[in-house]
Ligand binder design. Structure first.
Ligand SMILES: [Zn+2]
Length: 219
């Protein structure tokens, strides 16, 4: 299977395609490819029984499609842990090279990598790593952008997108760290956060891509 096909399955999964139909439009926006190419590829994957399509509604993964998508995510996230922990990669560098490595990692390799890393539960960006049976335990999280001024929460996960990852890492954002929202500017203005011993500002757009959990002890 070509990486291109695999990327479709993975993106479909990330957009919720294991449970519901994902529209061609959503896929074409995420993958940044023309709608015509999306339709063509979905037809091929449908023929291979990796997904089912419904005219004008979109596509949903089959059991086989889910299995491939989950094993790609497992490889991706384990490699990210390795690259950051052992090779000194930055957040975005790790994501970038994990995109390549995930396509050339048979389960023998990812299983040994997982053991070598001592069974990490999350990738460095906070995404849960599926276990050997493909099970993922995702907690329920909310977006930082939904918090009002005065609230405190723990940063749990960030979207894996190069520019965002670089931006957040420069700001010193870390998974598991505690933030307090000091102020939210009107009209989708910046969020002022108390974080560690400093005050930082992040854009509204970034706040919409950071997931937090309101830990009891923080409230
Ligand atoms: Zn990651």
């Amino acid at each position: 299977m070509t990486p291109n096909k695999e990327d479709y399955l993975k993106e479909l999964y990330k957009l919720g395609g294991s449970e519901r139909l994902v529209s061609n439009k959503q896929l074409s926006q995420t993958l940044k490819v023309a709608p015509a190419s999306v339709s063509e590829m979905l037809a091929k994957l449908n023929q291979e029984a990796l997904l089912t399509t419904e005219p004008y509604k979109g596509a949903k993964l089959t059991k086989d499609g889910i299995e491939i998508a989950v094993s790609l995510l497992r490889g991706h996230r384990l490699w990210e842990v390795f690259l950051i922990r052992h090779l000194g990669y930055s957040w975005s560098e790790a994501h970038e090279d994990a995109e390549l490595l995930e396509h050339v990692s048979p389960s023998r390799l990812t299983n040994r990598l997982e053991r070598f890393l001592n069974y990490p539960a999350y990738c460095p960006h906070g995404n849960a790593i599926p276990d050997q049976n493909g099970q993922i335990k995702e907690g329920s999280l909310m977006l930082l952008s939904t918090l009002e001024a005065g609230k405190t929460a723990l940063i749990k996960k960030v979207q894996e997108e190069k520019e965002l990852l670089d931006y957040l890492q420069i700001q010193g954002i870390e998974i598991g760290s505690k933030v307090t929202v000091l102020a939210v500017d009107a009209y989708e203005g910046p969020y002022t956060l108390a974080f560690k011993d400093k005050t930082i500002q992040i854009s509204h757009k970034a706040a919409c891509q950071i997931y937090v959990s309101a830990n009891d002890e923080c409230l």
